[in-house]
Design a protein around this ligand. Structure first.
Ligand SMILES: Cc1cc2nc3c(=O)[nH]c(=O)nc-3n(C[C@H](O)[C@H](O)[C@H](O)COP(=O)(O)O)c2cc1C
Length: 182
């Protein structure tokens, strides 16, 4: 393929990668709880608990993350698509509404979205610039687990979810196996 075609093909390839949607939360310079929608989030290691987030340095979130040295990763549930939209509108205010938030708890330094599947509170310990983005390494200092609901998935430029929870999918495979062979 021609090199000029690569960016478009790259985008089209990644539109096919089903991604769990998160909101990276932080406190802005005015002390307001804020968030940026992100799918480029990945666990790195368990000992110590470490994750990475790729952040566009042109995003409003960037300077606040650098200033506070902390980030929260909220793994979103399906009903939170409205929050994902709010936190991804270019150039708009990214303040998180009070009704969306869990009350602050001792030891937790970044905003927690009520109804999220999980929240990981992190200290930013390293930053690796790469082209337009910087890979931020977060050392996890606190974890909050919400209910085990249906996840919010981003696929082919739209929000969706998995048809079934994992237990039910495994059960369906097992039922097929037993009816065919046993
Ligand atoms: C589904 C989805 C996933 C996104 N993932 C990322 C990401 O991983 N990293 C990032 O820097 N921006 C990501 N963005 C874009 C930011 O959310 C968006 O650029 C930012 O909120 C735009 O606002 P700003 O330019 O006003 O800061 C994503 C957007 C959407 C809709």
């Amino acid at each position: 393929v021609a090199t000029s075609d690569l960016p478009d093909l790259f985008r089209r390839a990644f539109r096919r990668q089903a991604a769990s949607v998160t909101v990276v939360s932080y406190v802005d310079a005015g002390g307001r709880p804020s968030g940026m929608t992100a799918t480029a989030v990945c666990s790195v290691s368990v000992a110590p608990p470490t994750l990475l987030v790729c952040v566009n340095r042109a995003a409003q979130a960037w300077s606040h993350l650098v200033a506070t040295g902390r980030l929260g990763v909220n793994i979103l549930a399906l009903p939170q698509h409205e929050i994902a939209n709010h936190c991804s509108r270019p150039g708009e205010d990214k303040t998180l509404r009070a009704a969306w938030l869990l009350a602050p708890a001792e030891g937790r330094r970044t905003p927690v979205l009520k109804g999220a599947l999980a929240h990981l509170d992190c200290e930013i310990v390293r930053a690796y610039p790469e082209s337009t983005h910087t890979i931020l390494i977060g050392q996890v200092t606190d974890v909050w687990l919400g209910a085990q609901d249906a996840p919010l998935i981003y696929l082919d430029g739209a929000y969706s979810t998995l048809d079934q929870g994992p237990e039910r999918s495994y059960q369906a495979v097992w039922d097929q196996f037993t009816s065919a062979y046993l």
